[in-house]
Design a protein around this ligand. Structure first.
Ligand code: NOJ
Ligand code: MG
Length: 532
């Protein structure tokens, strides 16, 4: 398949947080066999690829983002046979499988780090980032861990500090060392040979740090109530120019195999983000576009985000959009349950690959976590400023059965208290539910190729209205989204908006003619079809 029609351009991604999707062995934690049981659900939903957050051997200090063996499956999730069975079952159903690659850091329990910390002259030493103490014995510079405190951990046995951008149990690998690169490349090949269709690369913009370890500048905009690492700007600790050559080399490994995708996790302003497509698009196929995760939910702001992104994309680069993930508050709580439906229509009608976060399709909200229920190390280290990620990682709500059908045991995180109503079984039966809306949107995207391949054209609008067109291949669709809760009425005469409603977020207007005026209810979005 040529890149133009590649599956990762045409398809819809679905992120699974494996701990919370489906438990099969009664330990209260989701696992691979559980995911296999739920593949039929994903197939009826209509998504094309699943991305699994880490399933590798891990002491779980950061729930799998601290890896002790890159080519092992953690027993909590199952066995390698379970993994192979999952890939086979997914592929049999036509679903691609994307794994999480975490190359920036390992667990402190990884044998590489255990060896590295043995002695200053250990051959493994330079696989990590070691520095002498500052003159006063303190950390080598002012870099801060994203999870609180200094990013440097003193190792008394060898008298040096090691660097960790996240937890002290997650020492950063030294990507300036060619042996590290080769080792991770081999990890990639291991999974690619097993038939894995791609990777989402964790904190890819962190891989290279300043060669001189210069102090980061203070952030003049920092204010209390924000996580402490925001007191400095990570000018020297991340997004270094040399990172691009590291990514090019990763991409070359992907290109040894047919038809695989490299996705980069990147939280950077737009102008920095797009650099991750790489020179001549030889970097990440899809640098994750997180602009909507923190967007003020107003039509003009969103319109500008889309316009800026479309304008900034390098020639030939493929866009992508994300509304939620395992690190950010749930969409339905951010924008409200009603707007979550409008947001779903936005995500699935924009130009570019959409990534759905598990549970957003049933409108799962951020679950309140009491202090004694906190599991997230970020919240434990930096309590009280709202950084906790447990509330967006709660178990999938399958049914009204005990524990929502997620487990027979006590789930590792509490279930949302509304699960007896808000669950897959009920929402499937409810014709107008957000779940059936999501299914309808996915069907629409598949039935109208223009939603995948057509151009994006903004249409001028005021107030809470967001208007745009998708155009190409002899078809034109207009998308009209009301981001407010008041009705709006637009004169369509002469503006080319007339046509037929193909889908409303309320699922009750299919086939309605639009001629002269378009009336939208509060919190309603519609897709209007007009064959050119
Ligand atoms: C980004 C991941 O999405 C997050 O969950 C994790 O804690 C950090 N990277 C560290 O790996
Ligand atoms: Mg389990």
């Amino acid at each position: 398949m040529t890149e133009r029609g590649a599956w990762w351009r045409e398809g819809i991604f679905y992120q699974i947080y494996p701990r919370s999707f489906q438990d099969s062995d009664g330990d209260g934690v989701g696992d691979l066999t559980g995911i296999i049981h739920r593949l039929p659900y994903l197939l009826t939903l209509g998504v094309d690829a699943i991305w699994l957050s880490p399933i590798f051997t891990s002491p779980m200090a950061d729930f799998g983002y601290d890896i002790a063996d890159y080519t092992g499956i953690d027993p909590l999730f199952g066995t390698m046979a379970d993994f192979d069975a999952l890939v086979k079952a997914a592929h049999d159903g036509g679903l691609k499988v994307i794994l999480d690659l975490v190359p920036n850091h390992t667990s402190d329990q990884h044998p590489w780090f255990q060896e590295a910390r043995r002695a200053r002259d250990d051959p493994r030493r330079d696989w990590y980032i070691w520095r002498d103490p500052a003159a006063d014995g303190g950390p080598p510079n002012n870099w801060l861990s994203e999870f609180g405190g200094s990013a440097w951990q003193f190792d008394a046995a060898t008298g040096q500090y090691y660097y960790h951008a996240f937890l002290a149990q997650q020492p950063d690998l030294n990507w300036r060392n060619p042996q590290v690169r080769a080792a991770i490349h081999n990890v990639m090949r291991f999974w690619l040979r097993k038939g894995v269709d791609g990777f989402r690369v964790d904190v890819i913009w962190h891989l290279i740090k300043d060669a001189e370890f210069r102090d980061n500048p203070a952030n003049p905009d920092y204010h209390g109530g924000r996580p402490p690492h925001e007191q400095i700007i990570s000018r020297y600790s991340a997004d270094q120019p040399e990172v691009h050559e590291v990514i090019t080399a990763m991409r070359a490994v992907m290109d040894e195999f047919d038809d695989r995708v490299l996705i980069g996790e990147i939280y950077l302003p737009l102008e920095r983000l797009i650099a991750y497509y790489g020179k001549d698009l030889g970097g990440a196929h899809l640098p994750f576009n997180f602009a909507l995760l923190s967007a003020p939910w107003h039509a003009r702001d969103i319109e500008k985000i889309i316009a800026d992104y479309e304008a900034a994309l390098p020639h030939g680069a493929w866009p992508n959009w994300v509304l939620g993930n395992h690190d950010r508050p749930r969409l339905a709580s951010r924008v409200g349950a009603e707007q979550a439906r409008v947001a779903a229509m936005l995500l699935l009608t924009l130009r570019g690959t959409p990534t759905l976060y598990y549970g957003d399709e049933i409108g799962m909200h951020q679950v309140a976590i009491s202090p004694e229920q906190v599991r997230d190390p970020f919240e434990k280290n930096v309590p009280g400023v709202g950084v906790g990620r447990d509330g967006c990682r709660t178990p999938m709500q399958w049914s009204a059965l005990p524990q929502a059908g997620f487990t027979q045991a006590t789930p590792w995180l509490p279930l949302a208290d509304d699960f007896t109503h808000e669950n897959v079984v009920n929402l499937t039966a409810d014709r107008r539910s957000i779940l059936n809306l999501t299914r309808a949107l996915i069907r629409l995207r598949k039935a109208h190729r223009v939603l995948v391949t057509g151009s994006y054209r903004p249409v001028a609008a005021q107030g809470d209205l967001l208007l745009y067109r998708r155009e190409g291949d002899g078809e034109m669709l207009t998308i009209a989204l009301n981001l407010g809760d008041q009705p709006v009425s637009i004169a369509t005469g002469g503006s080319g908006l007339d046509g037929e409603i193909l889908l409303s977020t309320w699922l009750d207007r299919d086939g309605e003619r639009v001629a002269g005026t378009l009336d939208l209810r509060g919190n309603e979005g519609v897709v209007i079809g007009r064959v050119m």
